[in-house]
Design a protein around this ligand. Structure first.
Ligand code: ADP
Length: 243
């Protein structure tokens, strides 16, 4: 589903991604772990061109973008295949929950308004917010706002959902409800890449865990491999801080 070849990204002189190769299969849930500043978010943002990689190749499904000679159309096509769930939710403040979800259905999917509303209601029910359709973000808890963010991502009907630390802005008591929704969606077989610090979650939801440090993938493997018998010292040290 996703194939990254030698992705490089620099900000000024700082090379933040130093040649990332990664393959994600259809239906796979891949968790990206690593210390702060290791390039996890940048990698996720490069995947859908929120950041332009300096070099390398990104394929999603049948579509490939060569980063050095990408055209606007190529990038647009790539973006349509993914949806992102952000740390800070990024909801429209002046729109209600249902309007936030309908936006993509109307603007991107070009659905008529009545149909968009029907689909939007279904999606909000799916994330447990069927009773909050007309609430504004300011009237919702952080966990509820993030669940709207997830419903909005699903509305784009993406081939891949990218989660950028989806629970790190939440109070601890609200983390569980968001992880439960992500778990439920993962079971439906949609391909996911999740940057997270929730080790327990990564361990039981991911099919594969990727550990990054210093702009490279240090090691990857099944959750069992990585959590129980990491090969690399850097992975061991990182995990030791969380267990
Ligand atoms: P992580 O998600 O692993 O914490 P990031 O991908 O956010 O790491 O950041 C990796 C490095 O890139 C950090 O040193 C960060 O300061 C730097 N960086 C990220 N975004 C930018 C930016 N827009 N401009 C300059 N430096 C950035």
């Amino acid at each position: 589903m996703i194939k990254l070849k030698q992705i490089h990204k620099s900000f000024g002189r700082a090379e933040v991604l130093k040649g990332i190769d990664l393959t994600v299969l259809k239906g796979e849930v891949v968790a990206i772990l690593g210390p702060s500043g290791s390039g996890k978010t940048t990698l996720l943002r490069c995947l859908n061109y929120l950041e332009k990689p300096s070099d390398g190749e990104i394929s999603i499904g049948e579509h490939t973008v060569h980063c050095k000679k990408a055209h606007k159309k190529d990038i647009q096509k790539l973006r349509r295949k993914t949806a992102m769930v952000f740390q800070q939710y990024n909801l429209f403040r002046h729109k209600t929950a249902i309007e936030n979800v309908m936006e993509g259905l109307i603007v991107v999917q070009k659905l008529p308004k009545a149909e968009a509303r029907k689909k939007g209601v279904e999606l909000l029910e799916k994330v447990g917010l069927g009773n909050k359709l007309d609430s504004y973000p300011s009237q919702l808890s952080g966990g509820q706002q993030q669940r709207v963010g997830i419903a909005r991502a699903l509305a784009l009907n993406p081939e891949v959902i990218l989660f950028d630390e989806p629970t790190s802005a939440l109070d601890p008591e609200l983390v569980g409800e968001v992880l439960a929704v992500i778990r439920k969606i993962a079971k439906e077989g949609i391909t996911m890449v999740i940057v997270t610090h929730e080790m327990g979650f990564a361990q039981d939801v991911a099919n594969r865990v990727v550990f990054m440090d210093g702009g490279v993938i240090v090691e990857e493997g099944s959750p069992k491999d990585i959590f129980q018998s990491p090969k690399e010292e850097r992975t061991r040290q990182f995990l030791a801080r969380y267990t």
